[in-house]
Design a protein around this ligand. Sequence first.
Ligand code: NDP
Ligand code: HSE
Length: 442
Amino acid sequence: MDSEQSPIRVALLGGGTVGGAVARKLTSNADALAARVGRPLELVGIAVRRAGRDRSDLGVDPALVTTDAEDLVARADIVVEVIGGFEPARSLILAAMEHGASVVTANKALLAEDGPTLYAAADAHGVDLYYEASVAGAIPILRPIHESLAGDDVRSVLGIVNGTTNFVLDAMDSTGAGYSETVERAQALGYAEADPTADLEGFDAAAKAAILASLAFHTRVSSADVYREGISEVSAGDIEAAREMDCVVKLLSICERVPGEDGDGVSVRVHPAMIPRSHPLASVREAFNAVFVDAAAAGELMFYGQGAGGDPTASAVLGDIVAVARHRVAGGRGPGETAYADLPVLPMGDALTRYHVSLDVADEPGVLAKVAAVFAEQHVSIETVRQQIIEDRDDGRETRGRAQLIVVTHVAPDSALAATVDTLSALPEVAEVTSVMRVVGF
Ligand code: NDP
Ligand code: HSE
């Protein structure tokens, strides 16, 4: 067989949920993939960690399964890294590139931590680095931002990119149940992992936000640059408060280009937020993902689909394998990192946002004025205030009550809103600040 017809050798690092699905599709769809690439794709091995396990579910010759990943990466034209985590994934990717292999990975944690190192190695060795599956599973979102929108200017990317948290928040909204019991239900149904910390505390969404912002704004953003709050503090009361505003609570990954007098910056943050039920992201139910992009010329674009699972994620991995294999056939590479804009990543305090604040206060003359004065001192403009009596009590001399005050602000810097809440918490007239949530998307 001459080199124009010889197979392109594909090595899989990892044969778990994603790797297994990729292996099965590489085998079952081999003829169609060969036709699309212009040359056959030959699976030359699957590296796993544990020897001696039954791997019949992979649907491949058992002789292809190995625990010697270092040897495998030296025998491939394309290395697909679906092990996850930092090591040995990083070293294996770098070794693969050194051997001249292009790399496809789904590893958002590694890309968000150390993407520039991987890009530099890809440049140094003249190979591709593709990672569509790392954000929002099956949804084509990275290549649309990196390639299809390369002629436009992205203004913002707003995403629901973690299925676990969306499942939990959606279930809390539809059942009225509390956080802990809903997480337990999600685990029982297989939507949340046994240790769901990375999902529930927003680490997974923050890594994805860093990748999205880097591509959208041609600027290096790492997970350490991303402001992060998870959903573990979201209560049934917060969900109910959102409902009263005709909103739902979602864990949002927000990437914005922020114009400034001294030049633009980028704001990248992950936190729960109330969004109006009329917003397209509000209709994203269960464990689905969606990404809402606003670009100067294109306007608003919405991408929706399955953000996880073996087959959906394998779809994105296989799309990357075909893309980099086509480059091998045609000669050349796909686009690399574009970090030329090098915009500063702004601190969370500079982010412009709105707050919904619920306060448990004494229902006495002057309390509302004192509360309003705290907002005014921080130059935070109040949009609406609502009061409802929550308790009456008779202290023997006069009847006093307590009230719930619900304040929704106009847009203000997050630092001013946070300082307002701190000062309110210390007011003697405020028994408790019962809930604080950002409001997005009006
Ligand atoms: P799994 O845990 O299901 O599979 C991991 C695989 O890697 C296993 O086959 C494991 O071997 C193998 N492995 C672990 N350590 C080593 C090692 N040191 N050397 C060789 N092989 C090793 O993970 P997933 O398939 O779920 O995830 C893989 C990647 O895809 C991660 O980066 C993840 O973030 C990403 N991803 C996953 C999605 C999903 O829905 N699962 C969605 C989008 C991205 P063994 O079988 O012996 O344990
Ligand atoms: N754990 C992720 C989620 C899937 O819940 O969306 C992998 O990215």
